[in-house]
Write a protein that binds this ligand. Structure first.
Ligand code: RB5
Length: 148
């Protein structure tokens, strides 16, 4: 697997911890390193703190993509989308969302909810998201420019 992104960071809260470990294993088996910014157990934490760790890496240019996991993917995506340059997409419904979020929205953070998606769907979403390019069409660029 050869992702279109060079450096991918990943984080979760306690409710996304097991899915984070699962996706790290999936990526590692395919030769892709995900830099893990926590959390490192199922002890309760606050998802905005982990959204911030990932988004600061991207906003400040040290990473170009991220994966964020919580119970639903919703809270952590709302927190992520407050950071400059972050386009976080919740893709719990599968590969079509993962693909379109890349092709039309140039999403740079994939969000998934461990309580809502199985590991196979999550792995497929991860694979699709990391392998799909933004379609550099004028209408997509124009729309993204409106909320940069
Ligand atoms: C944690 O219990 C849960 O609220 C959180 O992981 C997330 O689902 C919030 O959106």
């Amino acid at each position: 697997m050869k992702p279109i992104f060079k450096r991918i960071v990943i984080a979760s809260d306690h409710a996304g911890y097991l899915l984070k470990e699962n996706l790290k294993e999936y990526a590692a088996e395919r030769g892709v390193h995900l830099q893990d910014l926590g959390t490192h157990s199922q002890a309760s934490v606050d998802y905005p703190d982990f959204a911030a760790l990932v988004c600061q890496e991207i906003s400040e240019g040290r990473a170009d993509s991220g994966v964020l996991l919580c119970g639903t993917g919703i809270g952590i995506s709302i927190a992520a989308n407050r950071f400059p340059g972050i386009r976080a997409a919740v893709c719990n419904d599968g590969v079509t969302s993962a693909s379109l979020s890349r092709r039309h929205n140039n999403a740079n953070v994939l969000c998934l909810g461990e309580r809502l998606v199985g590991s196979e769907v999550a792995r497929d979403c991860f694979h699709t998201f990391m392998m799909t390019s933004f379609e550099q069409e004028e209408r997509h660029l124009r729309r993204l420019e409106k909320f940069r």
